[in-house]
Design a protein around this ligand. Structure first.
Ligand code: CP
Ligand code: NVA
Length: 302
């Protein structure tokens, strides 16, 4: 059974073949060619405990394009909202559907679901990681700058779930990942230690300006993720805004990415996100293509 729970679970060859497939599916869709239908006659449950625009819509559209039927299940509408166990939910859903995507507050919920389900499970974001986002981001990098080997990517801001999946990707591909996070918001030390032990080229900076210098991709995310308390975050992150000053020291052909939703004027300036170097809407579009490739990979394991 092929779950897609985290980038770290797959080898580089598998990830690269999913990315190749995503590029081929995108090209075929743009050319008006017929899409293969690996989900024909199949139903995919989509459980969401948190809001979503991109993930929900791109999965729903992608499942339809692959010939399947998406089933949107908000957690409040399921009995898990009243305390039914995730174990029983996994067993029951596995009797009806052919795959499950889940966006949940606790990564442990994802792991339990995957352990008890007898159909593939896909991580649609937890507080710890967001692997589908990073597949779309890698696809965008390849489109703009070619093979990942030797590229320099700089993460600016919170060492959050999206950053964690970037770190896992750095352990699987040969790009340099620089991280500039304010004090107290670094990614988990055990994650960076694991990634380095797997060969990741991670460089940690205090200064966002230094981290951005010469970089080909600048990436950021919100300062307050779903489930986070605001506390002193706005103040703590002030020196970690992706702005014109950082873009000016990056490589001349640098691109800017943000998984969205964005708070213009906080983690990113309007001029940068809406400027000519922004790749954010290609990145958002690529969620569709990358997830279709992930779904196809999961289903072809059965
Ligand atoms: N980037 C992303 O996952 O967006 P949504 O929260 O809208 O799904
Ligand atoms: N880090 C953000 C990503 C949203 C897609 C969050 O978890 O809210």
């Amino acid at each position: 059974m092929r779950h897609f729970l985290d980038i770290r679970d797959a080898g580089a060859a598998t990830l690269q073949s999913i990315l190749d497939d995503a590029a081929a599916m995108k090209a075929a869709l743009k050319a008006g060619a017929e899409t293969p239908k690996p989900l024909a006659g199949k139903t995919v449950a989509m459980i969401f405990e948190k809001p979503s625009t991109r993930t929900r819509v791109s999965f729903e559209v992608g499942i339809n394009q692959l010939g399947g039927t998406p089933l949107m299940l908000s957690a409040q509408d399921l009995q898990i909202g009243r305390g039914e166990s995730i174990e029983d939910t996994a067993r029951v859903l596995s009797r009806y559907v052919d795959a499950i995507t889940i966006r949940c507050f606790s990564h442990d919920t994802l792991l339990t679901l995957a352990e008890k389900a007898t159909v593939p499970v896909i991580n649609a974001l937890t507080e710890r990681s967001h692997p589908c986002q990073i597949m779309a981001d890698l696809q965008t990098m390849i489109e703009r700058h070619g093979a990942l080997d030797g590229q320099i990517v700089t993460w600016i801001g919170d060492g959050n779930n999206v950053a964690a999946s970037w770190i896992e990707a750095a352990a699987r591909f040969n790009f340099q990942l620089r991280l500039a996070c304010p004090e107290g918001y670094a990614p988990p030390a055990e994650l960076t230690a694991w990634a380095r032990s797997e060969g990741a080229d991670l460089v940690i900076y205090d200064s966002a300006l230094e981290a951005a210098t010469g970089s080909q991709t600048l990436v950021t995310d919100v300062w307050i993720s779903m489930g986070d308390e605001e506390g002193t975050r706005r103040e703590d992150f002030r020196a970690y805004q992706l702005n014109e000053e950082l873009l000016a020291v990056a490589a001349g052909d640098a691109i800017v990415m943000h998984c969205l939703p964005a708070w213009r004027g906080m983690e990113i300036t309007e001029g940068v996100i809406d400027g000519p170097q922004s790749a954010v809407f290609d990145e958002a579009e690529n969620r569709l293509h990358a997830q279709k490739a992930v779904l196809s990979w999961c289903m072809s394991g059965n």
